[in-house]
Design a protein around this ligand. Structure first.
Ligand SMILES: Cc1cc2nc3c(=O)[nH]c(=O)nc-3n(C[C@H](O)[C@H](O)[C@H](O)COP(=O)(O)OP(=O)(O)OC[C@H]3O[C@@H](n4cnc5c(N)ncnc54)[C@H](O)[C@@H]3O)c2cc1C
Length: 376
């Protein structure tokens, strides 16, 4: 029997597995795809994540970007630079995720890729995890199977809303000149389009942060691609679920934890999910190590830690998103157009400030502009 079985080899699962193996535990990492695998994602990572890890992730960085461009219905552009010491890191997920998997393997994790988990059952003080290739037994179980995985539901957690998001990857014949991160707010109701270019690739994405199903994502992406001098047909279109944070809730049950997007930890204002996936993976490994050592409260403590150190701040992001995406035109005018907006975004992602430090001022400013007739 393994000390722990981790389902899903994204950033959350690999980090959990790596840290547990490093502490001397036997770990099985199960992944349904053959690795390396692509994950639909624009791959922006705040460099602050590097300080949490005891190995070098910089070889997996494809591009570093400082310049940000915002538009409203492809017009009214604003450009600004992140003022942080280090620019934003942009990764290709098949490269970055494999870097984390390789580290887990070096630490002694057993990996079965191309192995889909099809069921779980608790018996004899441990979990039996059924796969298409047969069963595996583990004392503890970690659900790291992302937004589209089945584990949270199988473990008895209430279902979270899964939004649909799309990525259009357009490979380019030569490196981009002046690559710029870009956000377009006026073309999508209660959502946005964005582009985080790699060295030789545009990565365009679209989602709605509020409300229901995205209408005509393909048409919006085609319009956006055209504005960059490209077109939909030149690229590869992917879709994937997105589980935005929607309140603190327990993330533990009997000898099992949820991590990463399976735990719905994605920032509801920016769709940032890689950093919380790694953060929760680190905390989950600490909790399971303690639980294996006999601490009966360790898993409950994991839920509390994530609430205190992630959820309690991210609730402010949700409040800002609830106002901003309801009245995006006003949000664009009184929020995004402020010279300090990009500076604050950089500081947030660098971990220099938290949403709570900003929220009161931002919410006041946005709400103060919501006088009847102002949103046209
Ligand atoms: C369009 C889009 C753009 C995004 N852009 C960004 C961005 O720029 N920056 C950012 O920080 N975040 C971004 N995100 C969010 C980010 O991609 C995710 O939050 C992040 O990948 C979550 O990591 P994870 O390890 O929890 O799950 P994942 O990376 O989704 O990994 C889960 C793994 O579990 C596997 N799995 C699922 N079911 C099973 C099963 N039954 N058996 C075995 N394995 C299974 C999957 O194959 C997958 O490999 C974006 C998301 C979307 C949809």
């Amino acid at each position: 029997m393994f000390d722990c079985i981790v389902v899903g080899a994204g950033p959350a699962g690999s980090t959990t597995a790596y840290k547990l193996a490093q502490q001397g535990h036997s770990v099985l990492l199960l992944e349904k795809h053959q690795l390396p695998r692509y994950k639909p994602c624009t791959g922006a990572i705040a460099p602050s994540v590097a300080s949490w890890l005891d190995f070098d992730i910089t070889p997996a960085i494809d591009q570093k970007l400082r310049r940000v461009r915002y538009t409203w219905q492809l017009g009214d552009p604003i450009e600004a630079d992140l003022e942080t010491d280090e620019p934003m890191w942009i990764v290709r997920r098949e490269v970055f995720d494999q870097c984390l998997v390789d580290q887990a393997l070096k630490a002694g994790v057993a990996l079965k890729d191309g192995t889909s988990v099809v069921g779980i059952a608790f018996k004899d003080d441990g979990w039996t995890v059924q796969t298409e290739q047969g069963p595996y037994a583990g004392r503890y179980l970690v659900a790291a199977d992302g937004a589209d995985g089945p584990m949270a539901q199988w473990l008895g957690f209430n279902p979270e809303k899964v939004r649909q998001a799309y990525v259009l990857e357009i490979d380019l014949p030569a490196p981009l000149e002046n690559p710029t991160m870009a956000f377009e707010f006026g073309l999508v109701k209660q959502g946005c389009l964005w582009n985080f270019p790699k060295r030789q690739r545009h990565s365009l994405a679209i989602t709605r942060f509020l409300g229901d199903t995205l209408k005509n994502p393909k048409e919006s992406l085609a319009t956006y691609a055209q504005s960059l001098g490209s077109d939909l047909e030149a690229g590869q279109l992917y879709s994937h679920g997105l589980k935005l944070w929607n309140g603190n809730r327990p993330l533990h049950t009997q000898q099992a934890l949820l991590v990463g997007e399976a735990a719905a930890l994605v920032d509801p204002m920016t769709a940032e999910g890689i950093r919380p996936a790694i953060f929760s993976g680190l905390k989950a490994a600490v909790a399971i190590d303690r639980a294996l050592g006999g601490d009966t409260l360790a898993l409950a403590h994991y839920s509390e830690t994530i609430h205190e150190e992630w959820g309690n701040d991210i609730q402010w992001s949700q409040r800002i998103a609830n106002i901003f995406f309801r009245m995006p035109k006003i949000g664009y005018r009184v929020g995004i157009k402020r010279p300090t907006a990009t500076k604050r975004l950089g500081q947030l992602l660098a971990g220099e400030i938290r949403y709570a430090d900003l929220a009161n001022r931002v919410i006041k400013r946005l709400s103060g502009s919501f006088l009847p007739g102002r949103e046209t």
